[in-house]
Design a protein around this ligand. Structure first.
Ligand SMILES: [Zn+2]
Length: 372
């Protein structure tokens, strides 16, 4: 088995492009090993979030040669016509790609779901699927995983709204880059007249994305969103480049939070919870854990030690099996290629039609010489 010639930094670059579907580390985490002259095609939101992660030292990936593309606008790379499709996923501004060349068509699903805040994208794709697809490269993250208690992102918003009606101080653990979830939390806060107290890092991310969607909550939206200036390394980084000061107008102090306790939902960070614990102000609060259950064992000991109930409220960023099946039925590909799954062998049981398994590092020519 050999690696891909002309891909890596120390090679002579021989690739025309890399198509990047969305800004999750399991998709772009190794890009810093790629030759910097190879262009990366990606959405505007994807580019922003990777640049932010680089700024905060979370990834060495620098995107020296990035080309932003727009959803449903076909572009050309050599003999390939490529059309990005905006999809619903927990990763922001995520794309699927239709790749056409030499009379053949590949559809790469990227990571997607049909139950998020942008589920209309899934419904539209089912109604107007790309036609005559030869190969569907299909994610299968949910194969072998439990669906969980909450089916949709709307269920999350409803459950949070119910919880926030009770008079406790709520900590909420979630990813600052899961914008759908941030919106759900913010909306639940508005409905229950609570203040969503975020950290400067989250405020920075939301601010950077404000040109992409006007529905993303912003620090200067008024009474339901404030910033607690937790002095962690992200805030220090923002102080260094002076971006921190922009957010001063939305500041809420520790003592103000204490006074308004039962009206607060505060974004959990390592240092925030430590500060509250140190001042002995954590008793009687609640933790809403709004991330994948796999991260729960790591989080639990702190809250258990302080006898704080942990409430798990989460829904997956990935399509359920029944939605994957709907997707396949609508697209009717000649062949499905399993991707992004721990159980590729299950595809034969779940989907009708031909399945083609490709091993890691196995190069395959789908468009020009392989006959299906
Ligand atoms: Zn993803």
């Amino acid at each position: 088995m050999h690696s891909i010639n002309g891909l890596y930094k120390n090679d002579h670059p021989q690739l025309d492009a890399i198509l990047l579907s969305h800004p999750h580390q399991d998709h772009y985490g190794l890009l810093s090993y790629v030759h910097p002259e190879i262009p990366i095609y990606l959405s505007k939101g994807c580019r922003k979030l990777i640049e932010i992660s680089h700024f905060f030292g979370q990834t060495p990936c620098r995107l020296d040669n990035a080309i932003t593309v727009e959803s449903w606008k076909t572009f050309q790379i050599g003999d390939f016509n490529i059309t990005p499709y905006l999809v619903d996923h927990s990763g922001f501004d995520a794309l699927a790609f239709l790749i056409e060349s030499g009379g053949k068509k590949i559809f790469y699903s990227g990571d997607f779901r049909g139950h998020g805040r942008k589920n209309i994208l899934f419904d539209n794709l089912i109604k107007h699927p790309p036609q005559e697809i030869d190969y569907l490269v299909l994610e299968g993250s949910m194969i072998g995983r439990n669906t969980g208690e909450y089916k949709t992102e709307q269920d999350i918003e409803n459950r949070l709204t119910g919880l926030f009606k009770d008079g406790f101080l709520f900590f909420i653990a979630c990813s600052s880059q899961n914008i759908d979830r941030i919106v759900s939390i913010y909306r639940a806060c508005v409905k229950t007249n609570r203040i969503f107290v975020i950290d400067p890092y989250s405020a920075y991310i939301l601010d950077q994305l404000k040109d992409i969607s006007e529905r993303i909550p912003q620090y200067d939206w008024g009474n339901n969103i404030k910033i607690f200036f937790v002095p962690n390394r992200y805030s220090e980084k923002m102080a260094e480049d002076k971006s921190l000061f922009k957010f001063k107008s939305a500041k809420i102090t520790y003592s103000e939070i204490q006074k308004l306790k039962n009206k607060i939902v505060i974004k959990d960070t390592y240092l925030t919870r430590k500060i509250f614990a140190k001042k002995k102000d954590i008793a009687g609060s609640r933790l809403v854990f709004s991330m994948w259950e796999g991260y729960l064992p790591e989080a639990k000991p702190f809250w258990e030690k302080h006898k704080i109930p942990v409430i798990h409220v989460h829904t997956s960023g990935h399509a359920y099996i029944e939605d994957l099946q709907k997707f396949v039925k609508a697209i009717k590909p000649k062949c499905i290629i399993p991707n992004h799954t721990f159980y590729p062998e299950e595809y034969e049981k779940i989907f009708d039609g031909k399945i083609m398994h490709i091993d890691d590092k196995q190069a395959i020519d789908l468009l020009f010489s392989h006959s299906s």
